[in-house]
Ligand binder design. Structure first.
Ligand code: NAP
Length: 243
């Protein structure tokens, strides 16, 4: 069995996911770079390896059953277990998203990737996570998934642009995270949701104000929780986010 801690980061070819992979790799971990595009995946693995990370490519489209099953087989063959799963892959579904005009296709796209994708990948990886001495699952959510925050003001200037697909998809991801934490409460698997802050990436046309490295920090913290760390929580750098 591989003695290094084994992590899989979905959507790790760019943005926050790439920096999560780099940060976990810097700890000496072996990091699976989950990415759907062959060239983007190979480029990211090469860049990480050049930086000294024990990175390996994992072909992975989180919306595709066969792809996810193959990814689980790849991790099993390589390591026999998985210690940390970071469900980072995400899409907005396309903006703008006024609820009165948003296309149902945009809503479906957001849910398919941000919610069903997380369920699909997590359930495929759970048998491998159960073989780890200290398994952690980190779901990359967003502060816009917080109903407490969204409902705190009806003014977009306070709570961000109307987002009838993306924001509800992250709310559902939060709800799913709680359900996993409840099911897994008597195991050693800790599962939490994270918000990276407003990060400059492709997702928002690089309008974010934080760097991907800064956005990765909360996920790295939750990936490296001690055994008595929280589960079923929702965190940003500043601390707990109200659901
Ligand atoms: P990004 O640069 O657009 O990266 C998104 C990643 O997800 C890419 O690697 C993308 O791969 C991958 N992906 C999308 N659909 C996929 C699929 N079906 N299968 C596999 N991979 C898929 O965006 P980011 O800002 O780093 O976002 C990372 C996570 O942070 C997302 O969950 C996002 O919702 C969350 N987040 C971001 C912000 C922010 O301000 N940026 C704020 C809150 C939360 P391709 O290159 O193949 O498209």
């Amino acid at each position: 069995m591989n003695e290094r801690t084994i992590a899989l980061v979905t959507g790790a070819n760019k943005g926050i996911g790439y920096e999560i992979a780099a940060g976990l790799g810097a700890l000496g971990w072996s990091v699976g770079v989950g990415a759907r595009d062959e060239q983007r995946r190979a480029d990211a693995v090469a860049k990480l390896r050049a930086a000294g990370v024990d990175a390996f490519g994992v072909p992975l489209n989180v919306t595709d059953d066969a792809s996810v099953a193959a990814a689980a087989r790849l991790v099993a063959d390589r390591a026999g277990r998985l210690d940390v799963l970071v469900n980072n892959a995400g899409v907005t579904g396309g903006m703008p998203q006024q609820p009165s005009t948003v296309s149902l296709a945009a809503v479906r796209t957001a849910l398919e990737t941000n919610v069903l994708g997380v369920l699909r990948v997590t359930n495929a990886m759970l048998p491998l996570l159960r073989r780890s001495p200290a398994p952690r699952i980190v779901n990359m959510s967003s502060g816009v998934g917080s109903l407490t925050r969204q409902s705190s003001s009806l003014d977009e200037r306070d709570t961000g642009p109307l987002s009838a697909a993306y924001s509800p998809s992250k709310t559902m991801l939060n709800a799913v995270t709680i359900q996993y934490a409840k099911e897994l409460r008597d195991t050693n698997i800790l599962v939490n949701a994270a918000c990276p802050g407003f990060v400059a990436t492709d997702l928002n046309g690089f309008r974010g104000v934080r760097t991907p490295e800064q956005g990765a920090a909360v996920a790295i913290r939750l990936a490296t929780l001690p055994d008595d760390g929280p589960t079923g929580g929702y965190f940003e750098d500043a601390g707990v986010i109200p659901w």
